[in-house]
Write a protein that binds this ligand. Sequence first.
Ligand SMILES: Nc1ncnc2c1ncn2[C@@H]1O[C@H](COP(=O)(O)OP(=O)(O)OP(=O)(O)O)[C@@H](O)[C@H]1O
Ligand SMILES: [Mg+2]
Length: 463
Amino acid sequence: MDDDVASCRTLQLHLQTQGHQVGIAHSVDEGLIQVLHKAPELVILDIRMPGKSGLEGLPEFRQALPTTRIIMITAFHDMESTIEAMQKGADDYIHKPIDIDELEASIDKLNSDNNDDLVNTEKSIQPGGHPLTMVGRSRAMKEVFKTIGLVAKSPATVLITGASGTGKELVARAIHRASASPDGPLVAVNCAALVETLLESEMFGHEKGAFTGAVSRQEGKFALARGGTIFLDEVGELSPSMQAKLLRVLQYKEFTPLGAKQPQTTNARVITATNLDLSEQVQRGNFREDLFYRLQVINIHLPPLRERKEDLMDLIQTLLARINKELRRNVSHITKEVLDCLQAYHWPGNVRELENLLMKCVALSPGDKLTRDLLPDYICRQAELNPPLPQASGKPLERWSLEEMEKAHIQRVLDANNWHKGRACEILGISRPRLRRMINQFELRSPNGTPMEEDELREGSRA
Ligand SMILES: Nc1ncnc2c1ncn2[C@@H]1O[C@H](COP(=O)(O)OP(=O)(O)OP(=O)(O)O)[C@@H](O)[C@H]1O
Ligand SMILES: [Mg+2]
């Protein structure tokens, strides 16, 4: 179901060649009438439609077709609509423009697993950009958003892993916001920040006089987090004795404040994060194996930014908007040269490093532009190893749209690698189907004029 008649038709033709019977509808209401008659095995539902949106219609489809697979199509690369779709009962989602390979992979996946009804559908989160929204269009981030949508409502323990600055805390906050008790407290504890006795008192609380300096009774974070979420950051740093105590909380929902005789209970949902490889810590004997398994009932992994450079444009836009608001500035133009540098850089500090860099640039920029001279040299070193982009249309670079940038950059990477697509994908940080789609979309041509190899031409014409 899509309001775009042409794209519906293309999809229909494609799916028919795969042996499916395909009906088309251009609005939610029209679609509902059709599915009641036809009881399809699969519904592909666009989010953005005139009248009722796909998200609004989703619960009605779910109700009418409890066991039918529903794949949502979204034009947004943000987390909110994805989480909402998954919570309202979608089985999967794909991005627009539709990549046939991605759609087929999604259909295959739905056919091969039967774990229906993972999703609770009562309450949806507010649509619209939250200041803590996460963005990203890479496959990896897509999986992250999907998992958040699927697990947020359950009380299961979640372990978030990833290098420093990849967005672990943001994921924890997103899970809390999408959880069954988003209005409950979200209490964060940094397990690496305090020495053991202070940490114990911080987590579990203490009675008056429990230790020197304990002049009054104090509630611990596990008590404060009742009815909400407790986020234990840097959990890999816990000492053996704190690991034992945490295990007890997870097993029995029970903890004892320092100096107290009676244990207390907690119903807080536990989310933990670490930038260490916990399984390696287990092997080295630094981390209890039983605790490790308890913590990682669900594991959400955030890959480093250099492995998902296709998220870079979304991140730059989102972070710039945030920074402009915070600094009350309006720096909204980036020169081509700056983008080249940012694309080529390897980002050891991940998204946080990008954020700090943009913050510094915005603060130092005299006008509304981010120019090369604002960047420290080390950021540009990698880009300088490659020749600069020919200045095509003669238009000043600061008037280029992001799309023009993207097109020019992809052309350049392809040319620099003799149109070796595997290598280009690696450098660009995108999948082959995506590269193929972009080559089609931007009508890119190799120097000798051949647009694509045979097999790719055939695939390209299908999409
Ligand atoms: N996908 C994303 N979309 C938007 N902003 C992001 C994204 N990922 C990270 N950020 C931003 O980058 C910064 C770092 O993220 P966060 O603090 O969650 O990372 P972290 O993994 O907890 O880092 P550390 O290991 O250093 O504690 C934050 O300001 C966060 O808002
Ligand atoms: Mg953090």
